[in-house]
Design a protein around this ligand. Sequence first.
Ligand code: ADP
Ligand code: MG
Ligand code: MG
Length: 886
Amino acid sequence: MSAVTATETKYVYGFPEGSREMKNLLGGKGANVAEMTRILGAERVPKGFVITTEACVDYMKAGKAPESLDGQVGEAVQKLEEETGKKLGDVSDPLLVSVRSGARESMPGMMDTVLNLGLNDESVLGLAQRTDNSRFAWDSYRRFVQMFGNVVHRIPGGMYESAIKKIKEARGVELDTELDDRDLEELTATFKQIYKEQTGEDFPQDPKEQLRQAIRAVFDSWNGKRAIEYRRLNRIPDEWGTAVSVQQMVFGNRGDTSGSGVAFTRDERTGEPAPSGDFLINAQGEDVVSGVRNTRDISELSEEMPEVYSQLIEILEKLEQHYKDMQDVEFTVEEGTLYLLQTRDAKRPAQAAVRVAVDMVSEGLLSKEEAIASIDADKLDSLLHPTFDPDYEFESLARGVNASPGAAKGKIVLTAEDAIEKAADGIDTILVRPFTEADDVAGFHAARGILTSEGGKASHAALVARGMGRPCVAGASALSIDLEKKEVEVGGRTLSEGDLITIDGTTGDITADDVPLVDPEMNPSFKTILEWSDEIRRMGVRANADNPEDSRKAREFGAEGIGLCRTEHMFMDTDRLPKMKKMIMAVTEKERRAALDELVGLQQEDFEGIFEEMSGLPVTIRLLDPPLHEFLPDRTELEVEITKIRASGEGKDELEQMEKDLRRVRQLEEVNPMLGTRGCRLAVLYPEIYEMQVKAIIQAAAAVKKRHGEAPMVEIMVPLVDFERELEMMGEMITKVAESVDTEGVDYLVGTMIELPRACLVADRIAKHADFFSFGTNDLTQTALGFSRDDAEANFLTHYLDEKIIEASPFETIDIDGVGRLMEIGVEKAREYKESIKLGICGEHGGDPTSVHFCDRLGLDYVSCSPFRVPLARVAAAQATIEQSG
Ligand code: ADP
Ligand code: MG
Ligand code: MG
């Protein structure tokens, strides 16, 4: 491959030329095979070369392969022939290769691998002679013709399957393995006939032509439907392209001293520091991962092939030490010789991720920082997922492989489409299938959990579910699934589509009972990770909580205060709403104040409860935000009710009040309430409401101080400020109220929510009147983008994502270029005026790892999120600190 001229791009790399750092160019699979060749030695990894992603990109751009590609591939093949001492298409001892696709990030199911390439009508005889196994040779050839047709030319697999079925019937046998070499030769001829009918061409006999077509097919698969869908779901850029690896074949199906398997350096479900995996004797790799045959546990390999087993264990250890991460490998044993075909960082559920991270620190393999950085903070959520209530006795229907942890329940659906449809209606489902394929992946997102009757913990279903953090029970062979009738038979019972089913991916349990699900105990490794995170992180983490119960939960999860306490619901419950209504209906200020007087005591109780739970920690209370008409009955309902009463004459006593309500509703109703009389605008019109709330807050703080001696740390937050003067007015009002009540000397801060673009732009002026700012990124996103969240999510957001107009929902991850820029200006301006101003964020973004990283870069003092996201935010904040200092 040295013959590449200076002007030619180098498109082909021999394995020894590559390394793991070259992932972008060689794809993950190619780069790691190259890396393994270097660290394990060339005899452990079948030889080969990689065609770069750049070749694929150039191919896509030009609509044809780069001029020099075939020449470079030809040279690489020649070199491979020299190294292996075999020749492609050779009649006596042919070189056979696999053609494998591999993008920068692994994309399961993008394109199937073509095995045994190089076989033709002549070399099949060579293979038979060389292996002294005619059946093996013909079986390899017919598999190749089948795979080549299916993968390269998209000939439906069913055509081959029915040909197999036919010949088995003709021979009166049941199993593929009962067909002899003659049968397989005949089958190969039939397959070639199918190929000719479908493509209009003879099956290519020239191995170079086979290779040429296979390489182009891999390139084309990058733009296949499955690949595009996968990229969309996983936010992988279209521009990357895929690499193609060409590698000498090794055969796990050459008898009882051969086999194939997958292995993890540690248990991939629990993270326990012991290798795990599956294998099959006398089988090729595809047989293990496809879930067609029932695999055996890797520990049994020590009895079957003790020497191979100990070599494998040694290699696993070596790989893990080298990669400093848990690995997931594919291996094949050919007549007693062990070969490694693939290694990659193992996908793992959160419980395994935290266990591995903590263990690797104590093993001296990683530093605390590296350990924390190794965790996918987004997935930690699943550690807080429910399990079956241990006290509930359920009737077990069956038990499958515990493939991805967490319990889930929902209505049975049997197709991905149904799962998606039901999810859109807000219905929880469990996707039940014999096995899953790439096309089902969208259904994984939509379903609460996945249940399959075939496959094991390395099956497609298990892998994808774990990757996504969805509970999954796989290989529940007691289930017999009828996709046509949409029924599932198990243990003598028939469940239909729409029936309830409950699964526990941690234990493998399956039941039709409505088992209560309970919150889990805190995982000890996770606890350690959280402690380390707290040592490391710069930013504080608070919670959004509106009541004492949520406050307690937040504290348990490690919240260091409340970043947002909304006060709306304090007006909403049944005994308060009438009082609130009276206040809104009041004609004079005096009437309004009288109505508010009835509410002040109740609100004070609410605040006392929260202050007590959060003693010693700051509590940010936001004054009333929503427009007043939201507290009145719905307009249409009122109108219908009034019409009914008028018509029937029944309920006349209430009529007058209802008519009055309706008039007020109409009066207060706004064309666009989101941009109407909300937030502090409300208080500019009706100052009494905020006065009452401030009075309740300060009296509550004073009462708690009196009771416990310690004063709560009160932060009063004014919503929806646009103008400096608004906050100034509110500040004056708050001071006045505070002076009018007995404060017991409690102190408080006054700040504002920054949630309008204008506020960001004039943050310096607003800062004059504020002790703190909290970015309300939900409203800031709505107002900066001009998106109403409800309308966007209901009507166009998914299209925007599909069309790649936006990369992520701006309501989940901060739109850094727009909203983020406004925040940046806000921070700059605020600090310009007041260096010491306290800055935080209280939108839901505060619990999104990417947004947390952004907040850290901005220099915010804290993030605040829902109580359940607090642990995740603590880890994300630590990761942000590590990233900043690295
Ligand atoms: P996937 O991404 O689906 O795992 P791979 O390229 O890794 O695709 O290959 C699919 C199967 O074929 C795997 O089980 C792998 O071990 C096997 N395989 C690939 N190349 C070879 C080879 N050179 N010799 C033997 N088996 C191979
Ligand atoms: Mg595959
Ligand atoms: Mg693989």
